[in-house]
Design a binder for this molecule. Structure first.
Ligand code: FES
Ligand code: FES
Length: 161
């Protein structure tokens, strides 16, 4: 199949690459560009391990074609830190021990970041947090520590920078 030019921004950097137009976003991120923080789990849109942010929305990168992000800003877990400092939600995950094996963690962090961004300035209820991360499966933690971490950030207990 004829390759097509894809132009988009990943973690603030401009990329121009020629790809098979049927290539999935997760494969461009991991294999073509080499950001392997984004994980591949089910590869069918159910586990959330591959979640990234497209603009400010959480998107399962195994379920979209890379060409669909033409001209857009994509953020992966590697793009969360700023000037060598972890983001508030990353700090909170560490403090609350919100992961065990960590396989779900990059996707969980991206869903949490999108949820917090969408609700900036608002204290989220446990129900809202559960709903916000319902597309992300974690087999290890039982979710409680993850929810406490997101709650702490939404209460303003962790600040950017
Ligand atoms: S790998 Fe994309 S949702 Fe599971
Ligand atoms: S920490 Fe292992 S799946 Fe979530």
């Amino acid at each position: 199949m004829e390759k097509k030019l894809l132009r988009f921004k990943l973690n603030g950097l401009e990329y121009e690459i020629f790809i098979n137009p049927k290539t999935l976003l997760v494969d461009v991120i991991r294999d073509h560009i080499g950001f392997t923080g984004t994980k591949k789990g089910c590869e069918s849109g159910s586990c959330g391990a591959c979640t990234v942010m497209v603009e400010d929305m959480a998107v399962k990168s195994c379920s979209v074609l890379a060409m669909q992000v033409e001209g857009m800003n994509v953020t992966t877990v590697e793009g969360l830190e700023k000037n060598g400092k972890l983001s508030p939600i990353q700090e909170a995950f560490l403090d609350y021990g919100a992961f065990q094996c960590g396989f779900c963690t990059p996707g969980m962090l991206m869903s949490a970041t999108a949820l917090l961004k969408e609700n900036e300035g608002k204290v989220l209820t446990e129900e809202e947090i559960r709903e916000g991360i319902e597309g992300n499966i974690c087999r290890c933690t039982g979710y409680n520590s993850i929810i406490r971490a997101i709650e702490a950030v939404s209460k303003g207990e962790y600040k950017e920078g």
